[in-house]
Design a protein around this ligand. Structure first.
Ligand code: FAD
Length: 377
């Protein structure tokens, strides 16, 4: 059998794409398959994103906040997010919801297999561990191995460990999350703590690195403990759950890995915003665009990922790569000199060129100009 569309990977991008296809009459007569290697282990991680008002996944979210907090450069500020809400979703819950929807619909084949090779002739031939498949078009969320080998792009790793803690006494304000707190740092690098309180006695506390280097597991534990002891000043708590992650922040040209009949999606398609590591919201936006392109007979990736924003991100990554010690100063400028709504618009690639100029002018000029010169010389 030949599929019209085969999606490789039931992750953030693949699932959002399949759920959209299920709802859209354009795909009613199409034969669609979804290939996933880890079909029985729903991912246990937290996805956060911001949006204005009611959203598509509100029935799945665990918590949302209308206020944030930032601490850095000796300053502490409360971020009033209105009209935005910052929302927390469990990836496993999302996976189970999507799987049920897909299976109940009977319209998309949910296939448990690991893809080992994809070859392109008149159709795309997909070789799996268990079987082989054919499709007229493939949406592929596997990261190209060239990304790891490539030495010429900028790569910063956003790596972190989080503890979901439970306290005896009320210790958190569940209406306010901490976006970045630089008061506890690993040496002089770009490291901070992120706190997502879900009640007065429960919170996910994550110690995060934006660095070109990695560290051992023990170091995360040490810094999490320091933050909980010294900043949150919590004496008694239990750890209910742990989560760890590594997200690439890079200007690697993922778009070069698209082929006529193979469209890369998710991280593999460059859907992670390089300067922030967020991708869940991008997946939502880019899936909409991708489907519009399909209907208009355009290459599915057409217009996805704006060059102007990639240019800013390259400069930002260059600064973090060459001067990792400047991270706190950079983010302090960002959060103290700009409204959070403007930051969200910038990260969503919705700000105008003039707004971007203002945004960039709030940073120390010389390091930025030097990074720009290095990046584009
Ligand atoms: C702990 C953690 C917390 C995070 N928090 C946030 C957050 O708050 N907000 C946010 O926006 N982003 C967050 N991220 C990043 C986000 O998870 C990723 O950017 C996003 O999942 C990328 O989507 P994706 O579809 O490309 O990849 P994934 O979601 O990783 O999905 C890829 C899928 O492809 C499957 N697969 C891979 N290779 C094959 C193969 N050969 N054959 C078949 N299947 C295959 C994998 O099993 C996987 O299910 C977090 C990441 C982690 C790890």
């Amino acid at each position: 059998m030949t599929y019209d569309y085969l999606v490789i990977g039931a992750g953030s991008a693949g699932l959002q794409l399949c759920l959209r296809m299920l709802e859209d009459p354009y795909f009613l007569e199409k034969k669609i398959g979804l290939l996933e290697k880890d079909i029985d282990s729903a991912p246990d991680k937290t996805w956060c994103y911001w949006e204005i008002g009611h959203g598509r996944w509100d029935h799945l979210i665990d918590h949302q906040w209308s206020q944030g907090f930032f601490a850095g450069g000796g300053e502490e500020i409360v971020l009033d997010l209105s009209p935005y809400q910052y929302k927390k979703l469990n990836a496993g819950k999302f996976f189970r919801f999507a799987r049920k929807k897909i299976e109940e619909s009977g319209k998309i084949d949910w296939i448990a297999d690991e893809v080992v090779d994809v070859q392109f002739q008149d159709t795309v031939k997909i070789h799996g561990q268990n079987s082989n498949y054919q499709s007229y078009h493939v949406f592929d969320s596997r990261i190209d191995p060239d990304f790891y080998e490539n030495q010429s792009c900028k790569k910063i790793w956003q790596h972190f460990k989080g503890w979901e803690i439970r306290t005896k006494e009320p210790s958190f304000d569940p209406n306010k999350f901490t976006m970045m707190d630089f008061r506890i740092k690993y040496n002089n690098s770009t490291t901070f703590t992120y706190v997502l309180p879900t009640s007065s006695t429960t919170a996910l506390v994550e110690f995060t690195f934006f660095t070109p280097f990695m560290i051992d597991d023990h170091t995360y534990d040490l810094y999490l403990k320091k933050y909980i002891d010294n900043i949150l000043k919590i004496r008694e708590y239990t750890i209910d759950r742990e989560e760890k992650g590594i997200i690439p922040m890079t200007d690697y040209p993922f778009y070069k890995n698209h082929q006529e009949k193979v469209t890369k999606i998710g991280t593999a398609g460059g859907w992670v915003r390089p300067s922030s590591g967020y991708s869940f919201r991008n997946s939502q936006r880019f899936v909409t665009k991708l489907i519009k392109n399909l209907k208009n007979n355009l290459p599915p990736h057409h217009g996805i990922g704006h060059n102007r924003f990639r240019t800013y991100d390259t400069i930002f990554l260059d600064l973090l790569e060459k001067h990792n010690e400047m991270g706190e100063e950079l983010f302090t400028s960002m959060y103290t000199k700009n409204k959070i709504q403007q930051i969200f618009r910038f990260l969503d690639e919705e700000s105008s060129f003039l707004q971007d100029i203002y945004f960039i002018s709030t940073f120390e000029k010389w390091p930025f100009l030097k990074a720009a010169a290095r990046s584009f010389s």
